[in-house]
Design a protein around this ligand. Structure first.
Ligand code: ZN
Length: 438
């Protein structure tokens, strides 16, 4: 039994798990678009970007090494909701994959569908056109609040966090327990333009330059980091309104995570769609009523969220054919993430992260496999900013991870994927006008 499994077994004894006879606990899932973990106070950031999230984190179990499955909004959210990798669910990009309704197959049921069948009231509040109702994510939600997929001039549309949080609070005022509420806020996605009083909240400082220097981010991008942090602080203030209401409601399980991070100039990428860790490592804060508080440093994937909740809350849901595990019952040895695919880029880059203990030192080896056949290997526990490529120095580690990646991907692909549906002529035209080929 490895050290993590032993420790997890200890945790099980320490956690006040919900008893079998108790009524089900309501669940709130918060996804913050584009939120990289290392810009939050609870993940060690030097700035006070996230006082409300940090307070929640102090009352929760925090996973320091949590990874999104994709650096793209829709694939990553479908992974969270179905507990499967994009290679299994098949939604590997945004608008081009709009046509997949969730759960044409039992194994690809969304958590909303599973919980609704178990008697939960279900509601989703989303803030961006990538997660509009036709994207497929609405499956299983009795109430769905989202932007139009596109407006009358065929632009993508987005809501500010204030609008979406207000809509969720209104729904909560009459919600009957048990419920499952999913809230998605789009800030801090581009454009970085926080409303007052959060605009220009943060200014360039020697600490910021040191943070950027450590990550090899060019100095001239300090303004983008400031504006991105302004948006986090704004989103955090809006989430504070939700958390305050949830505290009044009594015991509710709350999970906060993100669909992906943001480059901000690290590894010469400013946005997202790559598999560097600043784009994949996301916050994962799991708040269980009467549950364990603390931090875990072993690997976690966002596909683990619902199997973990199901175990902790005694929901007895079957995740047998998913890619997720119950993180309170064990630890993962590997996880996989990928880039989005498109007409121009029909093949993805993949990252596999594997955990090992060498001479009592915990290592997280990460292999990046690129479309052009090149591989890069990083010891991300010792080299968190992925500066030193060890692919030539550690050929055995590289080969072992590649074999594991191939096994995981072929197992994922052996399952039926979500079936595409025919686009209406209007959808076809709108998607084309948005600049996305079908
Ligand atoms: Zn996103």
């Amino acid at each position: 039994m490895n050290v993590w499994l032993r420790r997890a077994a200890g945790w099980l004894a320490a956690i006040g798990l919900v008893g079998c006879g108790d009524p089900p606990t309501s669940i709130v899932l918060v996804t913050v678009d584009t939120l990289r973990a290392d810009h939050l106070g609870s993940y060690g950031y030097f700035r006070d970007t996230s006082p409300h999230l940090d307070r929640l984190a102090s009352e929760s179990l925090l996973f320091e090494n949590a990874y999104a499955t994709s650096s793209n909004t829709l694939p990553s959210h479908v992974s969270i909701l179905t507990s499967t990798y994009p290679a299994r669910h098949g939604v590997e990009g945004n608008f081009r994959f709009y046509k997949h309704p969730l759960a044409t197959d039992d194994s690809l049921q969304s958590m909303a569908q599973r919980l609704r069948a178990a008697g939960f009231d279900t509601a989703a509040f989303t803030s961006a056109s990538a997660l509009a109702e036709p994207s497929g994510v609405a499956a299983g939600f009795a109430s769905f609040y989202g932007t139009p997929p596109y407006d009358s001039v065929k632009q993508r549309t987005e809501f500010r966090a204030e609008q979406t949080v207000s809509a969720a609070l209104e729904w909560l005022s009459t919600a009957a327990a048990p419920f499952f509420l999913w809230l998605h806020v789009f800030d801090p996605h581009l454009p970085y333009a926080a409303p007052a009083p959060y605009q220009d909240f943060f200014a360039t400082s020697p600490e910021l330059h040191a943070f950027m220097r450590e990550r090899r981010i060019p100095r001239h991008l300090a303004g983008a980091a400031n504006a991105y942090d302004d948006e986090i602080r704004y989103a955090d203030a809006q989430l504070g309104r939700l958390f305050e209401r949830l505290r009044e409601l009594g015991p509710v399980a709350i999970v906060v995570t993100a669909d992906h991070g943001e480059g901000l100039g690290q590894h010469r990428h400013e946005k997202h769609s790559e598999i560097w860790n600043e784009q994949l490592r996301v916050p994962l804060i799991v708040h269980l009523p009467n549950g364990y508080r603390g931090r875990r440093t072993d690997l976690a994937s966002t596909v683990d969220i619902f199997p973990t909740l199901s175990g902790a809350l005694n929901l007895h849901l079957d995740f047998g054919s998913s890619d997720g595990i119950d993180l309170l019952a064990g630890s993962r040895s590997h996880l996989v993430s990928q880039t989005p695919v498109s007409i121009e880029q029909p093949r993805a880059d993949y990252a596999i992260v594997g955990s090992s203990i060498d001479d009592t030192v915990l290592r997280h080896w990460k292999l990046r496999t690129r479309k052009d056949g090149r591989h890069q290997l990083f010891d991300v526990a010792a080299d968190p900013h992925e500066l030193s490529n060890l692919a030539s120095a550690r050929p055995a580690t590289r080969s072992e991870l590649k074999r594991n990646l191939d096994d995981i991907l072929s197992a994922s692909r052996s399952h039926p994927r979500l079936a595409p549906r025919e686009l209406t002529p209007e959808e076809r035209e709108a998607i084309r006008a948005l600049g996305y080929a079908e």
